[in-house]
Design a protein around this ligand. Sequence first.
Ligand code: UDX
Length: 437
Amino acid sequence: MNICVIGTGYVGLVTGVVFADLGNDVICVDKDEKKIELLKAGKSPIYEPGVEELIERGIEEGRLVFSTDINESIKRSEVVFIAVGTPSLPSGESDLSQVEEVAKSIALSLNGYKIIVNKSTVPVGSGNNVRDLILKYRNGKNDFDVVSNPEFLREGQAVYDTLHPDRIVIGATNHSAALKIVELYAPLERPMLMTDLASAELIKYASNCFLALKISYINALSQLCESVNADIALVAKGMGADSRIGPSFLQAGLGYGGSCLPKDVAALIATSQRFGCDASMLKAVQVINTEQPKHFVDKIKKALGGLDGKTIAVLGLSFKPNTDDLREAKSIEIIRYLLSEKALVKAYDPAAMENFKRFHPTITYANSPYDAAQDADAVVLITEWNEFKQLNLDRLRSVVKQPYLFDGRNIYDPTRVRRSGFCYEGVGRAHNGEAIE
Ligand code: UDX
């Protein structure tokens, strides 16, 4: 199939390279010339395992090209994917200007029947708006259909998620357009769900907000665990063993970040309010997520007897492991709190330090976890990169000034850490370790 994907962010680029790998002819389009130059040279502008290999293979085999010429790319394609950004406006609503701009370009480039597939996360009703815009601006009477095909990929495992989705949602008003998209995904042999446009659009928000809700639920409970000396990891294990609940997204920590969950919660609140529906549950999800980092820093402050002049080693800056993405990363807020209390921060992250300098240029950046911990009053883990999971605790203990380890993602066994001579505090874990022994 001849496909064009407009927007080469995480969603667009990964979708494009995977479709090319499945044997389609794909043009990935972006207005950012530097990005397109990089991609033409076989380089990925995003840090994402497996993407660069697929770019190289697609280019070599002649099935994948990159272009800044949106009109020409649309003309050559029978299926056009919209995968541009929909950032949050201050009101929490999504800024749809990029989607609308693309819809106008599609309208002006229609030279035959095309299927327009929306992959950007857009509020309910946006598919109809895209259709109306194309009808308003289209050249001649060429026919088209609009399909909603939300994306559920996670950063850090975007290629895997695109190849092995739990489900593929295809929302359309025209059955034969939907079937064409079914055909495109058929090689993946994954479950597909055909719906109307509005339901498909809502499935995306409903899913992401439910994940955010699970995280805030467990984080709210983690605070109770600290008060009653229970261990949230055991509580989550016990809950997750119930097949109706399931174990995933019950990892207590510093709260959710990233490009999707915070934005999607805000957008669903805005949509609910626009239609006069109650959004109080989602607002509570947001409040808990905002409070979690502050609560964590308060614990550090209390344990150290104040933060003024204390050196804090921060391990992990990206919003989650295996990415250099800092969007809504909890590290930004936590370091802001630490600095406002006059602490000195030494940070280490395997991939995100360069990007982080934009937020906090004046902190010290270290070469390794041990370098960060040198003479520190406390070691604070924010992102659970694999390389932090097996730290040599004796070595760490030998370089720090004071043996405090604050584990913001509960990756360490408290008993083992305490045996190495550290005072350990996780999130929602028994203070004295008695529940673990
Ligand atoms: C998310 C959705 O999972 C994905 O389906 C959607 O397409 C985009 O948004 P992503 O933002 O890449 O993906 O990351 P994800 O792995 O879902 O983690 C989101 C945040 O939640 C991270 O900050 C992570 O640290 C946090 N998290 C996740 C928890 O705090 N606890 C958990 O149990 C799981």
